[in-house]
Write a protein that binds this ligand. Sequence first.
Ligand SMILES: Nc1ncnc2c1ncn2[C@@H]1O[C@H](COP(=O)(O)OP(=O)(O)OP(=O)(O)O)[C@@H](O)[C@H]1O
Ligand SMILES: [Mg+2]
Length: 441
Amino acid sequence: MSRKLKIAIVDDEPDMRESISQWLVLSGFDTETFVSAEDALKTIGADWPGIVVSDIRMPGMDGIAFLKRLMGLDSGLPVILITGHGDVPMAVEAMRIGAMDFMEKPFNPDKMTALAKKATQMRRMTLDNRALRRDLSEGQQVMSKLIGTSPVMDRLREDILDLGQADGHVLIDGETGTGKTLVAHALHAVGPRASRKFVPVSCAAYNDEALSARLFGPLEDGIPAVEEARGGTLCLEDIEALSEPLQARLLAFISDQGIPADTRIIAISNARGEGRRAEDSLRPDLFYRLSALKITLPPLRARGEDILSLFARMTEQFSEEYGCEPPQVSAQEAAQLLQAPWPGNIRQLINVAERAVLQNRRGSGSIASLLMADGDDNQQATTTEGKPLKEYVESFEKMLIDNTMRRHKGSIASVMDELCLPRRTLNEKMAKYGLQRGDYL
Ligand SMILES: Nc1ncnc2c1ncn2[C@@H]1O[C@H](COP(=O)(O)OP(=O)(O)OP(=O)(O)O)[C@@H](O)[C@H]1O
Ligand SMILES: [Mg+2]
């Protein structure tokens, strides 16, 4: 935030209004004058970039009522009240309501300058902190959507935090449904551009001419994407659909920007799903610029450890949504989930989880049939692709302990009994799988 803060001066007496304003302008402040509280309230709201100096005695809404309204809108707004002679009880009341300070008429110019300075400094700090907190919480919100405790997911989270802060354009690739779009949003939300725009454009959704206009203009209505995203993030989905002439224009746009780039480009490639690579469809100089930083999202079938925990989290969420119990996954079903090829990756898993919950509510159907229905027609529900036995066993063990802990609401003794495990072994396994008793209480 670099814009200069304003001082709103609210007073029904023109002489007073003007003299305070003149003095403050001479002292280097920006002022805005209002003839009444009602008038000022048309302009001043929450997060208003400035402070308020107001008379107490005014026709219509008086200074105290005005102060109450302002505190209701934004309790962090510094308000300085001007009181007449002998208004001490009123001034005390004003301080109790939340005024920053008060000054007696006739006003003392030096005191006014000192107070205005202190108030604007306070205001700047409040607004900066609010902006920071907002950025942070948006980032945290997006990050919290990323489920999974596998080392792959942990590394992905770290990568997002690192690359979110770094300069340079980013290329994200991975099969369909692996989370590319989600990760692009997360990269924007955790970085310094979070308060600026995130502008997604699908390169595959337009013909060449329309895409050119959407990206670079001219447009009949609306702003071209490169303008809209200035200072923020331009997210180009399906980057390999970009024609050669448009690749050249994009390259020129990128080259014209300074370093660090004003606008970050996140290019998303779907080529990997079709067995190709982004570099096969892009001119090398563009590819080189766009892939300064790169994130490759692994297919779900390669993240055995995450399949069951994602499935559990998703069924839990849908059960809450539909107001029913989450389905219990049998050993056989767990094996099927682990062995499925998941061509649609996390998106497919979310679909299967939702349908499993609905099925369970009806009391019919099996998870295997859902996997069959969802998979490719000529693909079996189970894949022949081998995974080490250890991985199956561990995912299953983790799921079993997780389910049992949940059912017994974190009672270690009951879980020991049901699974016939000594306490030490149970503790060791929980530590190994990152399960915490506190999460089940
Ligand atoms: N790690 C994750 N944890 C939880 N949900 C996830 C995760 N990754 C992705 N998702 C969810 O999976 C779905 C698919 O993700 P997303 O749309 O980002 O995939 P994509 O790779 O962009 O797919 P496409 O190539 O089809 O555009 C979304 O609903 C997303 O929220
Ligand atoms: Mg996507």
